[in-house]
Each structure stands twice: as structure tokens, then as C-alpha cells.
Design a protein around this ligand. Structure first.
Ligand code: G3H
Ligand code: ZN
Length: 292
């Protein structure tokens, strides 16, 4: 099969599983994510959003992910998540990220359309996969006090007919759909509009991603994968695991050697990622390829 990210996402679409896209901001997070890929023999994407990549550094991110993943020989891919600044998206394309998510959802529709067309052309010239976003995925990747319903009401859901027309014009590889999913975890679970998703799957000429992979009802998530979601982004659950574990470690120890403090944090990231991989149905998929 085509071993590129596009090949993997196409395989996921054909076989009804999803590839997790996990946000990482430092070495510990990448180590935890890669360890989970190794133990489950799963393909995955490691991504960084704008704030995260500015902290990590574009080249540091790429080197660390590539160094650690080459040791496993597994299909581990890189993504610039929610790239809002054109310059950052261009930089990721130039540096050789496997994919970029151009997020023009804060712009007016016409401006987003213009910029998305331009970014798709640029990415495809360089053989980079590209995701676009029109209806903004609401919320931020943190634990929130509001209910999911309150936050969802602030935005709009993706209209299947409109999106199908748009994506025929824009020709991106992936659309980030807004179907009840939110960034962050809330007092109530996020409810996915599965009927809307079914219609989107029928009409869209491209693949679909589901942002906000933390805090979604698990049964619904499985149904969403069955209906054609091939990439699921996860951040908040990793951030919470990192912080809680680090707090516990610091409470129970006077150690100052960082290499003694961080292994439990890495293990907590690994645990979250392993659970998600099992839920998304991508476990063992990398082994199947080796056998071909
Ligand atoms: O782009 C990142 C994801 O959509 C993260 O969503 O923080 O709800 O897991 P989450
Ligand atoms: Zn997102």
C-alpha cells in the first residue's frame, strides 16, 4: 500500500478505523506518544498547534518526532495543528511536515476561502497533505466549567450541502467538521450529530477529521468512526494527565533530578494515548502492513 499519510488515511477510511492526532509540546509528550504507538503497533500523527510549536520550535519538533519515531520503524506522521498564520503554515510546508491544518475559521468566509485555496495549492505543490476549517470548532483545550451545550451554542455546525460545494472548489484533503465536537472537556459530555455526519460522509469529496477528541461520549465516537471520521485530534486529556501526574510526583518526592521526576509523566501520556488508540480501532494496524 501507499505508506504516506494519505495512504494511511485512505486505509483507515476503507477499513473503518481512525488515526489519532496527539498534541505534543515537549520531549516527554513525544516520548509518551511514541511509546504508546510502539506497544500498540499503531499508526499515529504527532501534532503541535501554533502556541505549542512556537514553544517547542518548528525544527526541534520535527527532529524530536523523527528521531524517536525512526527508532520504532512505525508510521508516525507530523502535523501543524490549527495553523492560523499563513507564515507558519508556509514554514511547516517548507520544512517537510507530513500535513498542515490551515485554520482560517477566525477570518471572514471570503478571506478564509481565498487563503484556503492558496494554502491548498502550496501544500499540494510540495506533496503535503492539507486540512481546512470553515465552521470554527468551539472551546479551548482545557477543563472547563461550562456545559458542552452552552459552548456549542456559540458557534455553527457544518452544513453538508454547503461544505460539499466548498470542498469541491477548495480541494483540500481533509475537512475539520463541526458536528457537536468541542475543544476541551466540559461539565456535560459532547454529543455528536450523527445524522449530520452521515450526510457529510455521503456528500463530501474529501476525508473528515474530528477535533476535540477529549470529552466525547465513547460510544458516539465509535459510531462516528464507522461513519467515516479518519483522524481524531486529542489534546486536553494529555494536558490533564501531564499536570496531574507531575503534581503527584512533586508532592511525594524531594527529587531534583529531572530524569527521575519525568518518567511517571511520560507513562501517564502513554496510558492516555494507548486508551485512545484502542478506542479508535488503530491498534495492530502497523503490524498488518509489515506482514504484507
Ligand atoms: O486540535 C486539537 C484537538 O482538537 C484537541 O481537542 O483538547 O478536546 O482533545 P481536545
Ligand atoms: Zn482542534
Amino acid at each position: 500500500m501507499d505508506s504516506s499519510l494519505k495512504g494511511w488515511l485512505t486505509k483507515a477510511s476503507r477499513e473503518g478505523f481512525a488515526i489519532g492526532a496527539f498534541n505534543a509540546v515537549n520531549l516527554e509528550m513525544v516520548k509518551g506518544i511514541v511509546a504508546a504507538a510502539q506497544i500498540t503497533q499503531s499508526p499515529l500523527i504527532i501534532e503541535a498547534s501554533q502556541g505549542e510549536i512556537e514553544y517547542f520550535g518548528f525544527r526541534n519538533f520535527l527532529s524530536v518526532v523523527k528521531n524517536l519515531s525512526s527508532e520504532t520503524g512505525l508510521p508516525i506522521f507530523t502535523n501543524l495543528d490549527h495553523g492560523k498564520e499563513i507564515e507558519n503554515v508556509k514554514k511547516a510546508i517548507e520544512l517537510g511536515f507530513d500535513m498542515v491544518h490551515f485554520d482560517g475559521s477566525d477570518l471572514g468566509f471570503e478571506e478564509n476561502l481565498r487563503a484556503s485555496l492558496q494554502m491548498v495549492e502550496l501544500a499540494h505543490q510540495k506533496g503535503v497533505l492539507i486540512e481546512v476549517e470553515f465552521e470554527k470548532i468551539q472551546g479551548v483545550s482545557e477543563k472547563q466549567e461550562e456545559t458542552a451545550e452552552e459552548v456549542l451554542a456559540k458557534g455553527e455546525l457544518t452544513d453538508p450541502d454547503k461544505a460539499a460545494g466548498l470542498l469541491t472548489q477548495v480541494k483540500a484533503d481533509i475537512l475539520a467538521v463541526s458536528i457537536g465536537n468541542l475543544h476541551g472537556v466540559y461539565r456535560t459530555a459532547e454529543e455528536i450529530d450523527l445524522l449530520r455526519l452521515r450526510r457529510l460522509a455521503e456528500l463530501l469529496p474529501c476525508l473528515m477529521s474530528l477535533h476535540g477528541g477529549s470529552g466525547i461520549n465513547q460510544e458516539q465516537l465509535k459510531e462516528a468512526i464507522g461513519l467515516g471520521i479518519v483522524k481524531i485530534n486529542v489534546n486536553t486529556d494529555l494536558r490533564i494527565a501531564y499536570r496531574q501526574t507531575l503534581e503527584n510526583v512533586l508532592k511525594g518526592s524531594d527529587a531534583v533530578k529531572v530524569y527521575q521526576l519525568m518518567p511517571p509523566v511520560i507513562a501517564s501520556i502513554q496510558k492516555v494515548v494507548e486508551e485512545k488508540i484502542k478506542l479508535f480501532g488503530s491498534e495492530g494496524k502497523a503490524v498488518e502492513i509489515e506482514r504484507l
